[in-house]
Write a protein that binds this ligand. Structure first.
Ligand code: NAD
Length: 490
């Protein structure tokens, strides 16, 4: 096992700008806190707006030469970065557990998942193909080609510190774009470690720049307003996403938005309950419930609702809450006090509206920001927990009467990121694919993320896709050229 100090050495007090590791312009720094203990584990540089613009300067300066590198060279650098992630697998996993709190086993899964974006897009870099054809009139030849969109600004959240960064950086680099990345202030260390890996993999100076800051709005505003920026890609909450879309409108900046979710988890009367319960545990408690893909509302047919509740409660009682670095821990802390207060408020509101608490329901004594894994049954329509993202380990069950009722309840939200459906009837499964308003669906599975799949939502869950063959197109612009038919008589 790697030691904590080994992992944290080298990451402190430095921004990564133009291939150089340097302090912020103001010389100030901020603490990164382990949510399991409340202790500061490292300090990082607190970037100012001037640092943000310096990072954009570096990305702009490197843009032309990076766009001119061959796809094979870009792919090979990404592939080397993937290999280095494997070499530093344990260090990265430990770093994530320390700054974010998730159990080590889950951090390891994220290193695997996050690393895959580097490998997937190393392979996609050489497959940016255009089109060539004769126009319908036969008078000309149409050429459709793709160009890198230009310098990009990437903003990531704290809940998947590695994967949210690689899911943006890898397609951007594969497409030939340079980037400035601003990680969440709660989890900047993993991103800094990733920048080190990309540098070691041979990435030219200025292609990736990282600014860590406590002043997200102050640093981001000038970058977004700068006419040299060509693309904004954001993963985070819907309210902040809306604010950024408004800012981007002023310069008609291209945006990709991966926003919040309120995933329904439907269990029909014909479901395989063993499968549904395994799926529920994964969809709800992975990442301590702090995932945009976390199941938020368990809609269960009334004929199996009680059996589902009993069996899932028994499984929840087996979860082991504690510090993510400790052996056997399956539930770590929530990210901070605000997250604990929110989980508590949502549970209290549901109970006040007559939901029954089967297990959990309260925060655990400190140190650390822990909330007990919780099951609520008979949650009433109008309860806040059905309308807001819980972002905590609380499983809320609502019974439904028939398929039409299930679809109505599932779609009764402004979000549309992911839905989970458990049924053994293939025709019903197909109907759900057609009728649920969702960007992604798990049909008899409780986890869907894959670097090879297009991740993203509909409605207020966002726009654009990350991963899959679609992901690289977020960083490419289409160029159409018409040229006269070479055989036409003049
Ligand atoms: P958040 O919106 O508070 O913050 C996300 C990022 O935006 C952080 O880096 C933060 O510093 C930055 N930010 C905040 N205010 C800003 C501003 N005014 N200008 C510029 N940047 C600003 O979200 P969070 O709490 O870090 O993450 C949780 C949210 O992210 C949840 O809603 C979750 O569903 C969502 N999320 C979505 C996906 C997805 O792929 N759809 C994936 C992970 C998380």
């Amino acid at each position: 096992m790697t030691s904590t100090s080994e992992v944290l050495d080298d990451l402190e007090d430095r921004l990564f700008i133009g291939g150089r590791w340097r302090e912020s312009a103001s010389g100030t720094r901020f603490d990164v806190v382990d949510p399991a203990t409340g202790d500061a584990i490292a300090h990082v540089a607190d970037a100012t707006p001037a640092d943000g613009i310096a990072a954009l300067d570096a990305a702009v300066a490197a843009a032309e030469s990076w766009a001119a590198t061959t796809p094979r060279v870009r792919g090979e650098i990404l592939r080397r970065a993937f290999d280095l992630v494997q070499t530093q697998f344990e260090e990265l996993a430990l770093l994530m557990t320390l700054e974010m709190g998730k159990p080590l086993a889950e951090s390891r899964s994220e290193v695997t998942y996050g690393g895959e974006f580097l490998r997937w897009f190393s392979e996609e870099a050489v497959r940016i193909n255009g089109r060539y054809g004769t126009n319908p009139e036969g008078t000309g030849r149409m050429i459709v080609s793709y160009r890198p969109v230009g310098p990009c600004y990437l903003i990531t959240p704290w809940n998947f510190p590695l994967a949210m960064a690689t899911r943006k950086i890898a397609p951007a680099l594969a497409a030939g774009c340079t980037v400035v990345l601003k990680p969440a202030e709660l989890t900047p260390l993993t991103t800094l470690a990733l920048a080190g890996i990309l540098q070691e993999a041979g990435l030219p100076d200025g292609v990736v720049n990282v600014v860590t800051t406590t002043d997200a709005a102050g640093v981001s505003g000038p970058i977004i307003r700068d006419p040299r920026l060509r693309k904004l890609s954001f993963t985070g909450s819907t309210p902040v996403g809306k604010q950024l879309i408004r800012q981007a409108a002023d310069s008609v900046l291209r945006v990709s938005m991966e926003l919040g979710g309120n995933a329904p988890f439907l269990v029909f009367e014909d479901a395989d309950l063993d499968l549904a319960i395994d799926g529920a545990m994964l969809a709800k408690f992975r990442n301590i419930g702090q995932a945009c893909t976390a199941a938020n509302r368990f809609l269960v047919h009334e004929s199996v609702a009680e059996e589902f509740a009993e069996r899932v409660t028994a499984r929840v009682r087996e979860l082991h809450m504690g510090r993510g670095t400790e052996h056997g821990v399956t539930i770590g802390p929530l990210i901070d006090d605000r997250a604990v207060t929110k989980a508590q408020d949502l549970v209290d509101d549901a109970v006040m509206r007559r939901a029954a608490l089967r297990v959990g329901g309260t925060s655990a004594p400190g140190p650390g920001t822990f909330f007990e894994p919780t099951v609520l049954v008979g949650v009433a329509t109008g309860s806040r927990i059905l309308e807001e993202e819980i972002f905590g380990p609380v499983l809320a069950i609502v019974p439904f009467a028939d398929e039409a009722d299930a679809v109505r309840l599932a779609n009764a939200t402004e979000f549309g990121l992911v839905s989970y459906v458990f049924t053994q009837d293939p025709a019903r499964g197909q109907r759900m694919i057609d009728r649920l308003e969702t960007g992604m669906m798990g049909l008899n599975v409780g986890a869907i993320s894959n670097a090879a799949a297009p991740f993203g939502g509909v409605k207020q869950s966002g726009m654009g896709r990350e991963g899959g063959v679609e992901g690289i197109h977020e960083y490419l612009s289409v160029k159409y050229t018409l040229t006269p038919d070479p055989y036409a008589k003049r």
